[in-house]
Design a protein around this ligand. Structure first.
Ligand code: AMP
Length: 214
């Protein structure tokens, strides 16, 4: 199955993507994780991306589309996957549709996770992730067993630079201006399914399962 998870930053796309992947034996493809990995490895692309990401802005469509084409159709061809954090703009969605045409494949569904903005901001502010293995925690609802230490690999937990309050505001603005129009784009294609994502991760997962009829 080939799915897109849409939704504002902090709505729980990463958490839900992981759960859906486990359920469907699919791979999670997160452009945010791919960019963070470039930054960690100190590549040229990583250096360029870090400056943009830390300001809460979007990386250019050309860079993102090239990364995605390599990941989905050239370096490997995963049969089942969930796109998390991509597409984020109409040109990215159009670029993706063209890739599917070119490679004679198609998308199955687009799931839009929705939640009130105050819940999202609270989640982003309390989000911490492991420096080593990237596991994500929430200080209140999903805290680590030991303060600031990852349960899985004992790595240090840190707050993402772009989860600081000023940057969160910018990211939300960009989401409304550039990413929300994608909901209409996929609604018109008949692919959009909307899920209430204001509950706990378990509750949201149940809502997703119902919509995917799993
Ligand atoms: P995320 O982890 O999905 O919240 O992404 C973190 C940051 O990476 C975003 O705020 C953007 O700066 C950048 N980024 C991730 N995915 C994309 C994308 N599809 N298009 C443009 N920028 C992206």
């Amino acid at each position: 199955m080939k799915l897109i998870l849409l939704g504002p930053p902090g709505v729980g796309k990463g958490t839900q993507a992981q759960r859906i992947c486990n359920m469907l034996n699919a791979v999670q493809i997160s452009t945010g994780d791919m960019l963070r990995s470039e930054i960690k490895s100190g590549t040229k692309l990583g250096e360029k991306a870090a400056k943009i990401i830390n300001k809460g802005k979007l990386v250019s469509d050309d860079i993102i589309l090239e990364m995605i084409e390599n990941r989905l159709f050239i370096n490997a061809k995963p049969a089942s996957y969930i796109l998390d954090g991509f597409p984020r703009t109409i040109p990215q969605a159009v670029g993706l549709s063209k890739m599917y045409e070119k490679h004679n494949e198609k998308l199955d569904s687009v799931i839009l996770l929705e939640s009130p903005e105050d819940i999202i901001i609270e989640r982003l502010t309390a989000r911490r992730s492991c420096k080593k293995c990237n596991k994500v925690y929430h200080l209140v609802t999903m805290p680590p067993k030991k303060d600031n230490i990852c349960d899985v690999c004992s790595g240090e937990l840190v707050q993402r630079e772009d989860d600081k309050p000023e940057t969160i505001k910018k990211r939300m603005k960009i989401y409304h201006e550039q990413t929300m129009p994608l909901a209409n784009y996929y609604r018109e294609n008949g692919l959009l399914k909307t899920v209430d994502a204001s509950g706990t991760p378990d509750e949201v997962h149940e809502n997703v399962k119902k919509i995917l009829k799993c």
